[in-house]
Ligand binder design. Structure first.
Ligand SMILES: [Zn+2]
Ligand SMILES: [Zn+2]
Length: 417
């Protein structure tokens, strides 16, 4: 029979790598609880319209990267390519926006994009992220950026750099886009076919293009910095003062616009110099229109998302604390039921135990215990059963003792310390 492999761009996460994931997830939950973020879990698929309206029809994500399909009833559904639109939808749908408690959410989970698979980049990939609704002050933006930066630092990532920018608002961006469009039109010939289309639809997205030709043209384009309205300008100044207060090092990059249409004002990105070309590990920004655009009240939002695959590529998680493992060996099959009673005792007390149900001889069972890196091997044979005792071998110390069976837990507890 032919083998069936996982689809291209997906992968299985197995032991021992899975322990890094579990640890990372635990750290995320603990860290973001400090700022009163509460976990939210939204569906893996949503109505396609949510992403068309939320992310923007002219973005790379919506145009090229979405997994969209029709269900049996003919509804257009899409595997979520990111989670902000979903969190907004969920907050509106569940009437969360009326509560007095801070509207702060964090999520961890798989996202899907039809992208070219490469090192650290998959079609099913994982992100964690946070979203804050209703809070508008620039100092809150600084706190969100701090919460992104400090978490990576706490994980031990020190070669990271943070870039921030303001991408303006509905008031000041149109005038800037007119200027940008004129400039892009003048140099249209030098742009790739994709970017030529963007000149009319959304010239800001030309900054996202990875083609060297387009990049060198975009470097000369005007930036929004000189076009910000007083409100956006003051906000950006406030964000920077806030970052100074939280002692977060940053640089302003006027060409950093992020790949999604919904951002307003603050945009930010954290990169790691260890990653080479694919070096963005976290990005986010403020989105003051999105909640309203998705049918909610006119309240602002801000958040970020981080790629967990890439993060784990750069991280050295400390080895997981491994509980003691007992291997239960049996001199012959007739004592097996007896061994099972001991195993049950160990499991109930929270110990890790493995019963060897094979008919292998004792020597083979010991070899197996060794290969499994068991800490202790328990042996029951004729002598032990008739005297109510059991033999325990401490595999690391190569010591063997015989103790009464009813003292097993007591003995284990002492060994643990
Ligand atoms: Zn503005
Ligand atoms: Zn281009």
């Amino acid at each position: 029979m032919n083998r069936i492999n996982a689809p291209r761009g997906t992968r299985d996460i197995v032991y021992p790598e899975i322990t890094d994931w579990q640890m990372l997830e635990e750290r995320i939950r603990e860290f973001y609880s400090r700022f009163l973020y509460r976990e939210i879990r939204t569906p893996i698929f949503e109505h396609s319209e949510l992403f068309h309206r939320g992310i923007g029809d002219t973005t790379e994500v919506v145009q090229k990267e979405m997994y969209t399909f029709e269900d049996k009833a003919g509804r257009s559904l899409t595997l979520r390519p990111e989670n902000t639109a979903s969190v907004v939808r969920a907050a509106i749908e569940n009437n969360l926006l009326d509560t007095a408690f801070p509207l702060r959410f964090f999520y961890i989970g798989p996202m899907f994009r039809y992208d070219k698979p490469q090192k650290g980049r998959f079609r099913q990939f994982h992100q964690f992220g946070i979203e804050v609704f209703r809070e508008e002050s620039p100092e809150l933006d600084a706190e969100v950026v701090y919460a992104a930066h400090a978490f990576l630092e706490e994980l031990g990532l020190h070669d990271i750099s943070l870039e921030i920018n303001s991408v303006g608002c509905d008031e000041c961006r149109p005038a800037y886009l007119t200027v940008l469009r004129q400039e892009a039109q003048a140099r249209q010939e030098e742009l790739c076919p994709d970017c030529r289309r963007k000149v009319d639809t959304n010239p800001l997205r030309i900054f996202d293009c990875k083609q060297p030709g387009c990049r060198s043209v975009a470097v000369a384009f005007p930036t929004i910095a000189n076009h910000l309205c007083p409100g956006c300008s003051d906000h950006f100044t406030g964000v920077q003062a806030g970052l100074d207060a939280y002692q977060v090092p940053y640089t302003v990059n006027e060409r950093m616009v992020r790949g999604l249409d919904y951002y307003t004002r603050t945009a930010f990105e954290i990169t790691s110099s260890r990653l080479g070309a694919q070096n963005a590990i976290l990005g986010g920004g403020r989105y003051n229109r999105l909640i309203h655009d998705l049918g909610g009240p006119d309240i602002p939002g801000i958040g970020f998302a981080a790629g967990m695959e890439r993060l784990l590529l750069h991280l050295e998680m400390p080895p997981a604390e491994k509980p003691a493992l007992c291997f239960l060996a049996c001199q012959s099959a007739e004592y097996r039921l007896h061994v099972m009673k001991l195993a049950r005792m160990l499991w109930q007390a929270g110990y890790h135990a493995f019963v060897d149900y094979s008919h292998a001889n004792l020597k083979k069972q010991f070899r197996r215990s060794d290969r499994m890196a068991a800490d202790f091997t328990l042996v029951l044979g004729e002598e032990e059963v008739s005297s109510g005792q059991l033999t325990i071998k401490d595999m690391a110390r190569q010591e063997q003792v015989r103790i009464p069976q009813q003292e097993l837990l007591e003995w284990m507890n002492q060994r643990k310390k």
